[in-house]
Design a protein around this ligand. Structure first.
Ligand SMILES: O=C(O)/C=C/c1cccc(O)c1O
Ligand SMILES: [Fe+2]
Length: 318
């Protein structure tokens, strides 16, 4: 029984609107180093906390959290498409354990996921099917959103379940940090978009998919030229958030309300709740040490882009 954590921002803009070569190389080196550390850990099971962007979860039935017992990725923005390697009975047991621990979580036997799940699996493990993975959806865009406290409780319950397995468990958090790309919003949607957000967008026609991706790519180009065209990135808050998790003070975030977080760091910054859940899961293995922290605000990717590793303290470590 052992655990290793890696949390990483995702962005579908990689390869579409990139920062300069030096920054790109810096990020690639960081990701490559994280991939090596993970490979050395030799995970037997990954638990991946990630959000969706109205590609798999819609307002016909929007859960705050959902565990996938089977899942497939759609391949948006050129990310990997196809089935994830989900150990069905472990995912079922995990959902049952979480419910028994008092956290309400949905279960899906046909979970559809997007770049939020696919990108970390590609970047950190080399593909969708390289390691058995339990995908855990955390709603980070479709109001009303779960709170920091519930994300923490979800993570603690999943961590307690994972600790009981006799396996090397990799805990992954995907998303964040401060950012607000043009992800749709039901409150301001016209009737056609509202219909898509209610579920008719599950299999988007190719031309609409193209137009949707183009809108995000154009928004990124504009954001580089005019930082006021989107909600600003907030490096101060991002670094403070990372330090809070690294210092083991996860519960301090409970006091931060959803509206407050949107105002500080943008509407998509709720993706950081995947990090909170992952760290809370790690805390179920005991005190931990964070290392290999990385951060850079990257407007080309509309992302406060961060990465961090953590693992339980070894015997003798303070
Ligand atoms: O449009 C989407 O589906 C999402 C875009 C996006 C852009 C930048 C950072 C992110 O985390 C995103 O999901
Ligand atoms: Fe995202």
């Amino acid at each position: 029984m052992s655990a290793y954590l890696h949390c990483l921002s995702h962005t579908p803009l990689i390869g579409h609107v990139d920062p300069n070569a030096a920054v790109l190389a810096e990020v690639e080196a960081r990701v490559a180093a994280a991939r090596e550390r993970i490979a050395r850990f030799e995970p037997e099971l990954a638990i991946l906390f990630a959000p969706d962007h109205y590609n798999g979860f819609f307002y016909d039935l929007m859960p705050p959290f959902c565990i996938g017992a089977q899942a497939h990725a759609i391949g948006d923005f050129g990310s990997a498409a196809g089935p994830l390697e989900v150990p069905r009975s472990l995912a079922e047991d995990c959902a049952a354990a979480v419910l028994a621990a008092g956290v309400d979580v949905a279960l899906s036997y046909r979970m559809q996921v997007d770049h939020g799940f696919a990108q970390p699996l590609e970047q950190l493990l080399g593909g969708l099917d390289r390691c058995p993975v339990i995908p855990v959806f955390v709603n980070a865009v479709a109001a009303p959103l779960p709170s920091f406290q519930r994300a923490r409780r979800l993570g603690e319950a999943i961590g307690a379940y994972a600790r009981g397995l006799d396996r090397r468990v990799l805990l992954l958090g995907s998303g964040g940090l401060s950012h607000q790309p043009p992800v749709p919003d039901l409150a301001s949607a016209d009737p056609q978009l509202a219909d898509r957000l209610l579920g008719s967008g599950r299999q988007l026609p190719a031309d609409e998919r193209q137009a949707r991706q183009r809108r995000v790519i154009d928004a990124a180009r504009r954001f580089v030229e005019d930082p006021r065209s989107l909600h600003p990135l907030n490096p101060d808050w991002d670094l403070h958030f990372m330090e809070t998790l690294a210092a083991g003070r996860i519960a301090e975030l409970d006091a931060l309300g959803n509206a407050e977080l949107s105002a500080l760091a943008g509407r998509s910054s709720h993706e950081v709740k995947t990090w909170v859940a992952a760290f809370a899961a790690l805390s179920a293995f005991g005190p931990y040490r964070a290392h290999d922290r990385y951060y850079r605000a990257i407007p080309e990717w509309i992302a406060g882009f961060g990465a961090i590793d953590a693992q339980p303290l070894q015997r003798g470590e303070a």
